[in-house]
Design a protein around this ligand. Sequence first.
Ligand SMILES: [Zn+2]
Length: 290
Amino acid sequence: MKKVLSFDIGGTKIAYSIIDENGQFVCDVMKVSTPDTAEGIRDFFKKTIKDYYADINGVAFSTAGAVNHEGTRITSFTGNLPQGYNETDFVKLTDKPVLVENDANSAAWAEYKLGAAQGCCDAVVLAIGTGVGSGIIVNGKLLKGKSGAAGEMHFPIDSGHKRVCRGCGQPDCFESFASGTGLAMSAQAVMGENATTYDVIAGKNKGDSLAIQVFNEWQNYLTKGMIMLGNVFDPEKIVLSGSLAQFVEYEKVEKTINEAILTQPLQVCPAKFENNAGMLGAGLLLLEKL
Ligand SMILES: [Zn+2]
C-alpha cells in the first residue's frame, strides 16, 4: 500500500506523520516548534524526509498561503511564518513526488473524502479560528481560483458596525466579525477591554446576559455569511471546524439559513477531523495522484 509523509505547517508548530491510501495514520503525529527562519524550515523538511525516505512514496505539505494549481509553490504572503518561507521550492526538497496545498483546502478535502462532507458533491468547509478560512468543494473538486486563493472569506456583511478588517482593509467584512478575533473585539466593546473569546463562552454558560448578547451577535454574523455561501455555492453541507465550531448552536443556525436561502435543504454540521485535517487532506490529495 502506498504511503506519504505529510506535513502541516503552522506559525508555531509543524506537525507531521505518515498516511496510507485508506487515510490511516501509520505512525503517531509528531510535532516540533516551527524554526524561526525559512532556511531552518527547509532544513527540517529535508532532514525529516531523509529519515522516512525508504518508507514513503511521496511528500505532502499543508500550508498557510495560497498555492498554485500545480501544487508546487505558494503564491501569496504567509502571515506569521518566517520571511522567505513562501518562496520555498517544495519540489526541490526531494526526488519523490511532492504536493503542496493550502491548509484550509487540505482540511476541506479530508472532510470531503472521509469526514463530515463525505458523500457530498458540493460542500463548504469553514475553519473558524483566529481568522476564518475555507475550502470549497464544487462538483467533487476543490475550487482554486486563478491564483489558488479562492475561498478567502472577505466579503461585506451588514453588521451595523464599522470595523476595518485586518486582512482586506474593508469595513463590514465577514472575517472581521465571524472570526475568533472578531468575537473578542465584539466582547471588548461591551464586556471590558480585556475580554476574550473564553470570557464570552464561560459567561454564556453561566447565563451572563452581556456574554449571551455578544455570542448571539457573533453567531448571527456567521449565519449571515453562511446564507450568502448557501446561495452562491448551493452546497449540500456547510461544515464548521476550528476552535469556535463546537459552540455553534447547529439546529438553530441551520433552521435560520434554510428559511433564508433559495434552495433547501442545506445541512450545517461540525467537522469530523480537527487538528490533523490539513495533514490528512494534503496526504490524500497526493495519494490520489500517485
Ligand atoms: Zn476582510
